[in-house]
Design a protein around this ligand. Structure first.
Ligand code: NAG
Ligand code: NAG
Ligand code: NAG
Ligand code: NAG
Ligand code: NAG
Length: 845
């Protein structure tokens, strides 16, 4: 007899055993016999609630009385075994009748005229493992053995049964389970075929959204694309609606009953009748929206109850309300740029969102990146059996770079039984957010910064202490680095990545100690850097080391790739804000980071490498020419801007005429405030042209490979300057040296005096009155409480004075801390910078 080739390769012994058993089974399949006709050793989706099952078939033309028959797994039947199954006395199986027996110990309903007395009895309770065999025992003690049932080597194990082929009298795998019915033998597809089939399905799922997003695979609009704005409506119980809106900080799910998509003229485009679920989403976005009273950010799952229910192919969406981007267009335009550039992206479109016919707000709807069809679109060659997508929480910033005080506070709380739940987990334990009001933007930002530093990060540090101060264990166990898709064998790789590239210890000079180039897909990284640098997306791995996913497609090379999302914050929230905003348009292409390249372990190792940075500049050129400065694309953005103008101006915080800058074709209006998208794009395109020309003809003054490197403390370096700009210290402090290396606490300003300070964290200042000194304190210093940290402070130097170098003996930096400059990692520093901004803006009101 022939056997399935699928089973052949396992091992010889097993194969021989299998053949002989099949032979014994095959010889019993004579006419007029009761046979095991089909076995589902791994269940099937069309019977027995997915439990394993066995089917018997009386292939004769007379009924068979089952009294005395037994069926058992390979534990046998000779000694009474609780799991052997004895047929009830008098039970019969009619001629040509099939008996389906679920093995989950379920009650069997067999209402046939012949077995009217056995309306129900409990079926077998043994499962059928791959190594199991089945014994069908006759009343005279003779028996038939069938099995074991190895997994088909190629092909899915789902819905594959082992069945008697009536045409040959032999057993084979089939991909068409027929519980209780005549068998149909269909070839088990190979793994390659299954993968292909799955990819075709995922592609179809993706393509179902092309018109809805008006966004094809190249990022271009399509002929039948839907209007620039459509209405997304859901209905939900009023009580749930109230809970959702009154406790946004919980980020917990509530059901919604139905959803629909309607044009602004009221034409229904889609109705979804099955329930889904909705929750608020995002620590910062939820906090800011609650504080300002602006539209909340949401996540909606359409496939929660009915797995096949989608919104034009999309299972889950985010609704994002632009808080920081006055153009309302970055989340719309940037994914389109990425798609045109052939890079991973998540599609977006604008919607008015309604709950129970009440308008909630004007949102960017985004397909969530953690859906397999999105992954399949972004990485067409991925291996569905061995891929991964990890989400990186912003709270992972600066892992391990915690101060002694922070660590001590974590150690003090290590036995605190009320945590977990940690404050960074979703749930009803999260305390309410105070609403300050729509025009309290800076106060809300400050409140969030405070909440992040004193609540969220404190709990991150506590978790870190509890995980023996190992970043990777902390992040993976607490879900701060969360695998959203893929197979579960990437733990070691992600742990190594976290250890090497997420701790934000600066690398050695020229990053010669880094093996980033070996760990990542260089082309993907360099193209993403080009995109970020040209678009001025500094709130990204370039500076905040933020807003990215890590993907593995395991095609040829198992290397990490960046997947970007969240383009909602133009400018730089925690680089040196003033410099970065005023000069951002001239942000150096050769050093597109916040501080020096060595300070950024995800970027420096590649851009300090001449080969890689040359390749990167090629991508900058390509991106500029084909996407960023593409006239057709700019027209598309312009016309989109006109289409959404009314909606923006009548949405939260908008007013008539406020959007005008966005429509301006004039590059010089880029610095009108808030980074209007089109003028900024035009001004940046001109600047990038000039930079590329200067790099080409060697006239660029500074940067790696240009003779003179930017200073390590200089944020958002301006390529035009031959010397770094020291005039624009954070908070308007006019002095030299405050940004020099060596201070754990960068410059901060005192409102009352207008004096700027710099300092070092100093635990000896704990308990000392602000402005006072402790005994033995260095000359010229005093204690200050700044951003929750006690600081040994000193006034900054006047402009023109010689800056104190940090390599001197009694310099405050002799403690060797590297925190002063890790803008991304050192949140208390960011806090302090923020203090300066706040003081400034308050005093100017
Ligand atoms: C069912 O049970 C009744 C009484 O217990 C008996 O008279 C009858 O013959 C049985 N029917 C069959 C089909 O065994
Ligand atoms: C089992 O099916 C495969 C095709 O799916 C066939 O090549 C093979 O000959 C069959 N084996 C037996 C024993 O019928
Ligand atoms: C699930 O949703 C799909 C698509 O909307 C629909 O065709 C199907 O009937 C639904 N299934 C159930 C069980 O309601
Ligand atoms: C420099 O970059 C190239 C790719 O552009 C890469 O192949 C090489 O390994 C890198 N070298 C180092 C030392 O990282
Ligand atoms: C600009 O974009 C259009 C599509 O919108 C494309 O057809 C064209 O080739 C692009 N131009 C350049 C120079 O790449």
């Amino acid at each position: 007899m022939t056997t399935t080739t699928t089973a052949l390769n396992t091992n010889m012994n097993r194969l021989l055993a299998l053949v002989s058993i099949w032979l014994s089974a095959a010889t019993t399949t004579v006419q007029g016999e009761l046979v095991i006709s089909e076995v589902a050793p791994r269940g099937s989706s069309n019977a027995c609630d997915g439990d394993d099952w066995v089917e018997l078939w009386n292939n004769g033309d007379e009924a068979i009385l089952m009294t005395g028959w037994m069926i058992a797994d390979d534990r046998g039947w000779t000694t009474p075994d609780s799991e052997r199954f004895e047929f009830p006395d008098g039970f019969e199986i009619g001629a040509d009748e099939y008996l389906l027996m679920c093995t989950g110990g379920d009650t069997m309903n067999l209402v046939t005229p012949m077995n009217a007395n056995f309306t129900s009895f409990v079926g077998p309770t043994f499962g059928i493992g791959a190594e199991d065999s089945l014994n069908l025992v006759r009343p005279d003690g003779s028996f038939t053995v069938l099995g074991p049932f190895p997994e088909p080597q190629s092909g899915s194990i789902k819905d594959i049964t082992f069945a008697l082929d009536p045409s040959t009298g032999e057993y084979n795998f089939t991909s068409t389970p027929t519980p209780g019915e005549p068998n149909i033998i269909t070839r088990v597809p190979t793994e390659a075929e299954l993968i292909e089939e799955q990819k075709v399905q995922l592609a179809a799922q993706n393509d179902a959204g092309i018109e809805f997003f008006n966004f094809n695979r190249q990022g271009l609009p399509v002929e039948d694309g839907f209007d620039a704005i459509v209405e997304l409506k859901i209905t939900m119980a009023n009580s749930d609606f109230d809970l959702l809106m009154s406790n946004p900080q919980h980020q917990t799910y509530f059901d919604f009953q139905s959803a629909s998509v309607v044009t602004e003229d009221g034409v229904e485009l889609l109705v979804l009748d099955d329930p889904g679920r909705i929750r608020t989403r995002g620590d910062e976005a939820t906090f800011m929206a609650s504080c300002l009273g602006s539209p909340l950010p949401f996540r909606l799952d359409f496939d929660d109850v009915n797995k096949t229910q989608t919104l034009f192919g999309v299972q889950q969406i985010y609704l994002r309300h632009p808080l920081f981007d006055a153009s309302y267009m970055r989340e719309w335009a940037y994914p389109r740029m990425l798609a045109r550039f052939g890079m991973p992206h998540a599609r977006t479109r604008m919607v008015h969102f309604y709950i129970n016919e009440k308008l909630i707000g004007f949102y960017t709807l985004m397909e969530i990146p953690e859906q397999e069809y999105v992954f399949a679109r972004n990485f067409p060659n991925y291996n569905p059996k061995n891929f991964a997508l990890f989400q990186i929480d912003p709270l992972t910033e600066g892992c391990g770079q915690y101060s002694q005080a922070e660590l001590q506070s974590g150690r003090d709380r290590v036995d605190d039984s009320s945590t977990p739940p940690y404050s960074f987990e979703r749930g009803t334990h999260v305390r309410p957010i105070q609403e300050l009001g729509a025009d309290m933007f800076k106060e809300c930002q400050a409140a969030f910064a405070d909440y992040k530093a004193n609540t969220l990060m404190e709990d991150v540090v506590l978790a870190y202490v509890r995980h023996d101060e190992v970043c990777s264990d902390t992040f993976l166990d607490e879900g701060l680095v969360d695998q959203e898709l893929g197979s579960d064998n990437w733990d070691n790789e992600i742990k190594n990545f976290i250890r090497d590239f997420m701790s934000f210890q600066p690398c050695d000079p020229d990053c010669t100690n880094s093996d980033l180039a070996k760990q990542v897909d260089i082309q993907n990284f360099l193209k993403m850097f080009a995109f970020y640098a040209v678009t001025l997306t500094i709130d990204s791995p370039l500076s905040e080391v933020n807003n990215y996913h890590l993907a593995q497609e395991e095609s040829k090379e198992e290397k990490w790739k960046l997947v970007a999302y969240d383009f909602s914050k133009p400018g730089s929230p925690s680089c040196n804000t003033k410099v970065c905003e005023e000069r951002l348009i001239h942000w150096s292409l050769v050093r597109p980071t916040c501080l020096s390249l060595e300070e950024n372990v995800l970027v420096g190792p590649l851009l300090l490498n001449v080969t890689a940075s040359t390749e990167y500049l090629g991508y900058v050129r390509e991106f500029l020419d084909t996407v960023f400065a593409n006239a057709t694309f700019l027209e598309q953005i312009q016309s989109h801007a006109s289409e959404i103008q009314d909606a923006v101006e009548s949405s939260f915080g908008g007013s008539a005429g406020s959007f005008a800058n966005e429509l301006s074709p004039d590059a010089t209006s880029w610095d009108a405030g808030g980074f209007p998208l089109l003028p900024t794009m035009k001004a940046r395109a001109e600047d990038v042209e000039k930079q590329l020309a200067a790099i080409d003809d060697g006239s660029i003054a500074r940067g790696p490979h240009q003779g003179k490197e930017n200073e390590p403390w200089e944020s958002c370096g301006d390529w035009q300057l031959s010397e770094p700009d020291t005039s624009a210290c954070e908070g308007g402090c006019k002095y030299d040296g405050c940004n020099m290396p060596g201070w754990t606490v960068e410059c901060f300003c005192e409102e009352a005096t207008g004096v700027c300070y710099r300092g070092d964290e100093d635990l000896s200042c704990d308990g000392i009155v602000d402005g006072e000194r402790y005994t033995g304190m260095e000359d010229g210093t005093f204690c200050k409480l700044a951003g929750g940290v006690t600081v040994k402070a000193s006034a900054c130097l006047e402009p023109g004075a010689v800056a104190v170098s940090n390599d001197g003996g009694d310099s405050p930096s002799s403690s060797g801390s590297s925190r002063w400059s890790t803008a991304a990692g050192a949140w208390p520093v960011a806090e302090l910078l923020f203090v300066c901004v706040l003081v400034l803006s308050r005093s100017s009101w």
